[in-house]
Ligand binder design. Structure first.
Ligand code: ASP
Length: 316
């Protein structure tokens, strides 16, 4: 299945695999719905019947704190039965394939899968072997995409800065090359018409030119931050990195770490974002992460509402 087939011919969303190719109207509909769901996302009970009788499986082949917990809360608050599958304690350790794992769970009546996987494209590959009517949500595949993170990031920006993205200068800083979050954010920012997208990374962590379409690639942090309205920083993804890409952590922090002093170069009301988990003192300093300009916990909170909106759209 190609990413474009995540949309049915009638415009309905069949799966959520990628934000690339997702039309602006569909993206904005999900953001509007997430915004409207806020009261129910944080403890309301009004929607407990919405997905009653449906089963949602969190199928995680890679670690997760925020994404897995918020999908679980989202599905629970919509009244679904939730199954948490942890690959590290499952029969995948005995050699069972991903496709057989999926079919096994489908045979138990599970028709919605939230999948995280270390391999790029693994969720789209599973959607190709899934039964008709089974719904797949990509919860992060390799370096490729993390569409619900992209949505919650856009919702967080919209709440802080308003819906007119054309006014915004957005700087994405750090390990862009290995970041599925950055890829999904870039697609969403382009779709929403962000005024200026700056991508700032050392050469070894800069993605290829085809991925930087419509962006300004900038090597120096001060230039990238200058007057920026939104500063997104990213975790240094050492688990996806060949040795030696970053000369030393100290140099990386010196050149690309978001410190309070560097942030003064951004717009005075700039907001700072990080998808978590944070390496405090490397890509972001603790006083910035915990400071008044930080949206970090707002991003986490928005994750529940966004994931409710996605599950509702796919399953209700
Ligand atoms: N939690 C995000 C992800 O799974 C970001 C990260 O791990 O750095 O992609």
């Amino acid at each position: 299945m190609t990413r474009h087939e995540q949309i049915a011919p009638d415009g309905r969303l069949r799966h959520l695999l990628d934000l690339e190719g997702l039309p602006r109207a569909a993206l904005e509909r999900l953001l509007d719905r997430a915004q409207a769901l806020h009261a129910d996302a944080y403890g309301g009970t009004a929607l407990r019947a919405r997905l009653a009788g449906k089963a949602v499986c969190n199928l995680f082949f890679e670690p997760s704190t925020r994404t897995r917990s918020s999908f679980r809360l989202a599905a629970t608050r919509l009244g679904a039965d939730v199954l948490d599958f942890d690959a590290s304690t499952s029969s995948t350790k005995k050699g069972e394939t991903d496709a057989d794992t999926l079919r096994t769970l489908e045979a138990m009546g599970v028709h919605a899968f939230v999948v995280r996987h270390a391999v790029d494209g693994a969720v789209a590959a599973l959607s190709a072997v899934a039964a008709p009517g089974t719904v797949l949500v990509n919860a992060g595949d390799g370096r490729h995409a993390h569409p619900t993170q992209g949505l919650l990031d856009m919702l967080s920006i919209r709440q802080a800065k308003g819906a007119d993205f054309a006014r915004l200068k957005v700087a994405i800083v750090g390990d862009v090359k290995h970041s599925r979050v950055a890829r999904s954010d870039l697609h969403a920012l382009r779709t929403l018409g962000a005024g200026e997208i700056r991508v700032c990374a050392p050469a070894a962590l800069m993605p290829g030119a085809s991925e930087l379409d419509g962006c300004r690639a900038i090597d120096g942090l001060d230039e990238a931050l200058h007057g920026a309205d939104v500063v997104m920083t990213l975790r240094l993804q050492r688990e996806r990195m060949e040795e030696g890409l970053v000369p030393s952590i100290e140099e990386y922090r010196r050149d690309y770490g978001i410190t309070a002093a560097r942030l003064r170069g951004a717009a005075p009301d700039a907001v700072v974002m990080h998808p978590g988990p944070m390496n405090r003192g490397i890509e972001i300093d603790a006083d910035v992460a915990d400071g008044p300009q930080s949206l970090v916990l707002r991003q986490v909170a928005n994750g529940v509402a966004v994931r409710m909106a996605v599950l509702e759209e796919l399953l209700a």
